[in-house]
Design a protein around this ligand. Structure first.
Ligand code: C2O
Length: 516
């Protein structure tokens, strides 16, 4: 095995990705953060030094972490935050069967919003890329705010029903803070792709936003979708690829048009959430050039066919896995309802997210993994923890009804699930099963749950540890839209977890879990 070592320092820095100077958070002074590029089966060692004034953790989005759940980097679930002035070494093996496009980000409250994120790419000779390709390029899309997320979060959680006349942002009570801009590869304008003619380029699209779904396109060029969240799919040609928060797609673009420059478009979908900032330009532009001198503003036209403005993912026929893998029969069903409800919290009125009437808030003393590590399966969890336990290996069907009018990008840690079905209204047991697809269904780790709709996913609960299932909209996770699956508690107790994690968070000065 090859071991890949990284030395990272997380710190505050002054930066202006969209021209507006602010304090932001960076890794090794880079934004977006450093690329982790590895092969399947490699060992990865990332020593993270925290030079921030608050605690932080880093999560490796989409990594299975089989046997190393304590390296999943989820504050309040698998670890205490790394205190200021301290370091923590993440050490894990990339699963030999895992490849494709991933990312990493801070996983403590809404901290990643301020800039702690970057790409993670896994190469493997076993990856069946449909149609092959010559070169590759990263396309990172994100939304960007002019204020620190901690302040925005406080306002968001206290603005229920309040129309704040003094704030240009909160004229929409209960709404998420609207971003100030959108970025491609960390830039609002000027991101450029300098390609060569007549080659097939694999563009690795990654949505690292906090709130915003993007629709990606390149004028005059078809995109062949060949990967979704690490699963190779049979190439489906599209003009535009909608990509929700935390999702990834690889698309192949062939540079076979007239030599010149073309607009690259990452359009922020403001119908999924009201991005009602009057200064926001929702069309984020970059430039793709080949065989010519780049021009700053290409005159090419946007595709003029119907706009896929419906806040749903590419459909099942566009995401057919190359390697067939019919799901095994399920042995356990978990039904969850998801909603937002107004509540009267100590700080005033708030709108919180609920999963089965539980609004997640991290336990400030011990992450749930440590609670089970110390006490075993008999652990009783506080009211703010919805934890579903499987004592032995189960094939789990997770059925979720969304009682909110908006769509939500949900992510399951530590697993690639089968996406059995999506529908409108509620899932009616005994009736809705006819809409489920067991014949080589799409597999991914993040899906869009439609507004007032349902989803059914299946996964194998054979990976010991505590795995978060949550809405990836930063504001919503902080408002409580998170539940956990605890698999194989008896094996959790055999983990050899690092000493630091065995202590209580409250005893780590400055490493206390950031709550709402
Ligand atoms: Cu991208 Cu809970 O993670």
């Amino acid at each position: 095995t090859t071991t890949r070592y990284y030395e990272w320092t997380v710190s505050e820095a002054s930066g202006a990705p969209d021209g507006y100077e602010r304090t932001m958070l960076v890794v090794n002074n880079q934004f977006p953060g450093p690329l982790i590029e590895v092969n399947s089966g490699d060992q990865v060692v990332i020593n993270v030094f925290n030079s921030l004034p608050n605690g932080t953790t880093i999560h490796w989005h989409g990594q299975w972490q089989n046997g190393t759940n304590y390296m999943d980097g989820t504050s309040g679930v698998t670890q205490c935050p790394i205190p200021p002035g301290m370091n923590y070494t993440y050490r894990f093996t990339i699963d030999p069967n895992q490849y494709g496009t991933y990312w990493w980000h801070a996983h403590a409250s809404t901290q990643y919003t301020d800039g702690i994120y970057g790409p993670l790419v896994i190469h493997s000779p076993a990856e069946p890329v449909y149609g092959s390709y010559d070169r590759e390029a990263l396309v990172i899309m994100s939304d960007w705010y002019h204020d620190m997320s901690s302040g925005l979060l406080t306002q968001y959680l206290s603005n229920a029903g309040i129309d704040d006349q003094n704030s240009p942002i909160y004229d929409n009570p209960g709404a998420e803070p609207p971003p100030d801009s959108g970025l491609i590869n960390g830039q609002m304008i000027g991101s450029s792709f300098d390609f060569k003619p007549n080659l097939r380029y694999r563009l690795r699209l990654i949505n690292m936003a906090t709130l915003t779904e993007f629709v990606f396109s390149v004028d005059n060029h078809m995109l062949e979708v060949v990967e979704s969240d690490g699963t190779s799919v049979v190439g489906a040609a599209v003009h535009r690829a909608p990509i929700n928060v935390a999702q990834r797609y690889s698309v192949i673009l062939t540079t076979n048009q007239t030599l010149g420059s073309y607009n690259v478009r990452a359009e922020m979908q403001d119908i999924c959430y009201k991005l009602d900032n009057p200064n926001l330009d929702t069309m984020v532009l970059g430039t793709l050039t080949y065989g010519a001198t780049a021009v700053a503003t290409p005159s090419t036209q946007n595709w003029n066919d119907a706009y896929p403005g419906d806040c749903i993912d590419l459909n099942a026929t566009q995401l057919v896995p190359v390697i067939e893998s019919p799901p095994p029969n399920s042995t356990m069903t978990v039904s969850v309802s998801m909603s937002f409800q107004q509540t009267f919290a100590s700080g005033g009125q708030a709108t919180l997210g609920y999963m089965n009437n539980t609004s997640w808030e991290a336990d400030s003393a011990d992450p749930t993994l440590m609670q089970m590590y110390k006490a075993g399966a008999q652990t009783s969890f506080s009211q703010s923890q919805l934890v579903v336990v499987n004592d032995d290996i189960q094939v789990i069907d997770l059925i979720m009804d969304n009682y909110d009018d908006s769509s939500h990008p949900f992510h399951l840690h530590g697993h690639t699930f089968w996406l059995l079905g999506i529908g409108d209204g509620s899932f009616v047991p005994g009736q809705s099963e006819v809409y489920l697809n067991y014949n080589n269904p799409p597999r991914r780790d993040t899906l869009t749950v439609p507004g007032y709709g349902w989803i059914a996913i299946r996964f194998i609960g054979d990976n010991p540890g505590l795995w978060a299932f949550h809405c990836h909209i930063g504001w919503h996770m902080a408002a409580g839209l998170l539940m956990q699956f605890a698999s194989l508690p008896s094996r959790i107790q055999q983990f050899s977890i690092p000493d630091y994690l065995g202590q209580q968070c409250s005893s780590q000065s400055g490493g206390t879990i950031l709550n709402r």
